[in-house]
Design a protein around this ligand. Structure first.
Ligand SMILES: [Zn+2]
Length: 179
């Protein structure tokens, strides 16, 4: 089963709201975050997002991106992981006898998606699929991708672009050293 599950599609979309190569960020401002959440069906209607809530989304995204980087051998920044953990700890999930994890009732609508993301991430780590979700090892790209390879060995989002880019740079630096 190499098609990404819905939880992976969601987490991948969330962490890819930032595009390192293009230096753009779809959720850079609270209003843009609100629009993104509506677009993903995570919010029914645009909501007023405070600076605190906005910061929580950015912290969670940064932490998840570090974790995905660790799946290609990068060393995660412990401070970013801790900050993301703090966000998650403040957004408890509800366990019921009737079914899967859900959001806690009464959570403000603009905070609920943080729990939805937490549940999606939890599902991926529980099934082991999380290790297929990776951040491209080419740091100028850093795009998150779903590794469909059988042995989960891919390190670049696209072998054709990033893998080659990485190889030619290694080659260039080697040439410089020998010159
Ligand atoms: Zn890449």
């Amino acid at each position: 089963m190499l098609e990404p599950p819905a939880s992976a599609v969601l987490v991948e979309a969330f962490v890819n709201t930032v595009d390192v190569e293009e230096a753009s960020d779809e959720i850079a401002a609270p209003a843009a975050l609100s629009a993104w959440l509506v677009g993903r069906g995570l919010l029914d209607e645009p909501a007023e997002i405070t600076a605190d809530v906005h910061a929580d989304y950015l912290a969670l995204r940064a932490g998840l991106r570090e974790e995905l980087g660790s799946h290609v051998g990068d060393t995660p920044d412990p401070e970013l992981l801790t900050a993301a953990d703090r966000v998650l700890a403040a957004h408890p999930v509800l366990v019921t006898a009737r079914g899967p994890l859900t959001t806690v009732p009464g959570l403000p609508p603009e905070r609920r998606p943080l729990t939805v993301l937490a549940i999606a991430w939890n599902e991926l780590t529980t099934t082991g699929d999380a290790t297929r979700l990776k951040r491209c090892a080419e740091h100028t790209c850093a795009w998150a991708f779903w590794d469909v390879s059988k042995n989960r060995s891919r390190r670049w989002c696209s072998m054709r672009v990033c893998g080659n880019r990485n190889k030619s740079r290694t080659y260039a630096s080697r040439k410089r050293q020998t010159a």
